[in-house]
Design a protein around this ligand. Structure first.
Ligand code: AMP
Ligand code: GLY
Length: 422
């Protein structure tokens, strides 16, 4: 089979790395990819959101199966466009991707389906939102309805902070049309966990749970990011609890989405807050998490490709995946200045030595090649990933590899997975 992966981050490198090892895969392309992905796939400079360009590329290279990594092309309808052109594609349709693309849509659906989540209200009028915030008091959470590159959520410790978020999102239109509507919701306390289920429209298959680290600096300090590191499995939601969570947070959604004429196919990423009253839904995403995907791919023993094809074909009930029992973890190395203003263009040295450490794979998240040199080309730049007989070994291996990488212009958190050792 000829495969095309869409995207350019650490998630897509991990997917390409796994798919390249499939005996079913004859040719692997990635658009646009990065310098690390180029080791396992042919990278083609077409942007993930250039739907015409991706469809044309898939036709030109006679692609049999497309795997879409990020949410933006999914929400724009890339899978619909590919399928309409006769090309099989893995991921939700535009209608099904609304589970990530509209927070208001999703909150309403959780109510209809009886899914435990924070109490909320939707607003298109800023004054109404302000009045509700004043009446509720803080802490309180304000969310832009649409996609905002992970920046559309303000967890406000005070009423003033929440009101400022309304000014920012609805007044100054910081996220454009994505902020024409907001969701204001109850603050949830607890530990966050990311649960992943492979879905074929009716059946869900648990892929596992990982814990991300959203803040930029150690001890959960600093600004929110796309994720600075992850590990899995996690004691925050063990296997039995995860199986139960699939019944509570995934099965009812699949049923409802199918009944409403937009069956969900693809990866359902369930963001959970695990507190005193058990897990509650924070959000759904319609794709693998990044960097959670790096951890999952490292632990997956089975061939990924037939499972994705079965999901696309509605035959997941015939699939059984096997996993390495060993835990894995990944440490993000980001360019200094990330997330606000990462410096681009600095050289990264000694990647080969780091990649030779036992149990280690260095996934690239934002790099480009310049002759033989590898340059930083994004905020999150590397995802240094390791597997070990226990989490301690995985952690030691990952940080040993991090320490081998010669890149003074980068930084990372030193406390990834620390919660699991508490
Ligand atoms: P989201 O984009 O909805 O995942 O929100 C981004 C982050 O904001 C989450 O990963 C949480 O850390 C935090 N968050 C979102 N909603 C809530 C909530 N209701 N209570 C507490 N934290 C939240
Ligand atoms: N790591 C969180 C996300 O992918 O949204």
């Amino acid at each position: 089979m000829r495969i095309l992966v869409v995207g350019s981050g650490g998630r897509e490198h991990a997917l390409c790395w796994k798919l390249a090892s499939s005996p079913l895969c004859d040719a692997l392309y990635c658009a646009p990819g990065n310098a690390g992905i180029a080791d396992v796939a042919t990278c083609v400079p077409v942007a993930a959101t250039d739907l015409d360009g991706i469809v044309a590329l898939a036709k030109k290279e006679r692609i049999d199966f497309v795997v879409v990594g990020p949410e933006d092309p999914l929400c724009l309808g890339l899978v619909d466009r590919l399928e309409a052109a006769g090309i099989s594609a893995f991921g939700p349709s535009k209608e099904a991707a609304r589970l990530e693309g509209s927070k208001g849509f999703t909150k309403d659906l959780t109510q209809r389906a009886g899914i435990p989540t924070a109490a909320y209200k939707r607003f298109t009028d800023a004054d109404d939102a302000r009045a509700y915030i004043r009446a509720q008091g803080a802490p309180i959470v304000v969310k832009a309805d649409g996609l905002a590159a992970g920046k559309g959520v303000v967890v406000a410790a005070t009423v003033d902070e929440a009101l400022a978020a309304i000014d920012d999102i609805m007044g100054r239109k910081r996220f454009g049309a994505s902020g024409a509507e907001v969701v204001v919701e109850e603050f949830l306390d607890g530990d966050e966990a990311s649960l992943f289920a492979l879905c074929d429209g009716k059946t869900a298959l648990l892929l596992g749970v990982a814990q991300d680290h959203k803040r930029a600096y150690d001890n959960d300090k600093g600004p929110n990011t796309g994720g600075m590191g992850a590990y899995g499995p996690t004691p925050i939601l063990d296997d039995a609890q995860a199986q139960k969570a699939v019944k509570t947070f995934v099965d009812p959604v699949l049923k409802m989405m199918a009944a409403e004429g937009r069956p969900f196919t693809g990866i359902l990423f369930v963001g959970l807050m695990v507190g005193r009253n058990g897990p509650q839904l924070v959000e759904y995403n319609v794709r693998f998490g990044d960097p959670e995907c790096e951890v999952l791919m490292m632990r997956l023993k089975s061939d990924l490709l037939p499972a994705l094809i079965a999901a696309r074909d509605g035959e997941l009930d015939q699939v059984d995946l096997r996993w390495h029992p060993e835990p894995a973890m990944t440490v993000i190395m980001a360019a200094k200045g990330y997330p606000d203003a990462p410096e681009k263009g600095s050289e990264i040295r000694n990647l080969d030595a780091a990649g030779k450490e036992e149990g280690v794979v260095v996934f690239h998240a934002g790099t480009k090649a310049d002759g033989n040199r590898i340059l930083a080309n994004g905020g999150r730049v590397l995802a240094v990933t390791a597997i070990g007989k226990d989490l301690r070994e995985a952690r030691d291996r990952a940080y040993r590899a991090v320490d081998l990488i010669d890149w003074p212009e980068g930084f990372c958190r030193r406390d990834i997975a620390a919660r699991a050792f508490r």
